[in-house]
Design a protein around this ligand. Sequence first.
Ligand code: C5P
Length: 306
Amino acid sequence: MRVVKALARAKINLSLDILGKRSDGYHELETVMQSVSLSDELVFRPAAKVSLTVSDPDLAVDESNTVLRAVRRLQEVAGSDRGVEIFLEKRIPPGSGLGGGSADAAAVLVVLNRWWGLNLPLPALAEIAADVGSDVPFCLTGGTALVRGRGERVSPLPPLPAARILLAKPPVAVATAEVYRCFRAEAAGRRPETGKIIAAVKNGRIHQLPSAWGNLLEKVAFELLPELAEAKKWLQNYGLPVLMTGSGPTLFALLPEGFRQTREVRMALAEKGWWTHLGRLTGKGVAVRTCRKGGKESGEKTAGTD
Ligand code: C5P
């Protein structure tokens, strides 16, 4: 009996620009997304029915869960009622702007597309992904990409070096829909220079990113959660380039080579109840391992580049 394990990697937005409001109520985005080493783990086992268990008891295990939504969409498209037992080890904090739910859904689509023998090509899988959530199409392949539209137009960019990053999330949440709802283009502040970001990515010049980056949702999120603005300033006083990811509330900092105060920074944030994580940029979205029950894991199959 086969068991399949998948790592579903979180994402950050190296820039996030909003070009306007769409007729479907969503916002037209131009964003550079980047996979990071922080991941959830999903374990898939054969079963007659669909079931999901989650390590985090606070997480809803109903049809609002992106994992189950992805399974159902795949069943509908394939006209199949095949089952699967899924265990989700949650390590990406929910509601953090790190795309955890989207990464989980992407892992489900990648694994079951193969496991159920559907073998849908990537464009067809990406269409299903977009149905599940705006960030899911990116998470299917991951790495570094320019993402446009509602999130469904994904253009891969060359991989960046595995630079170290610090993720920091306050002990408060803010709903994505609420942040977008409060967004006003005229009051959003300086827009990111996406062309410069893309050029810096293509040249592998990570240190050039911060002078061009920006997240148009920062101002709204900072108004809703003033401690975010304070924390950003505080981190910047350490000489760190800092940006909010997605609709927040997680901030990320690019750690320069030789930065020695990581421990001090993490301890100070932990004292205020913040969650922190030390990770790296990665070129992988979903990484899949197949294991024989009681046997060894076979080689890693990866969607996305190394
Ligand atoms: O698609 P997803 O469920 O991730 O989006 C959550 C919410 O974020 C949407 O209901 C919408 O309010 C907002 N959103 C948006 N424009 C986007 C992506 C998300 O307005 N491009």
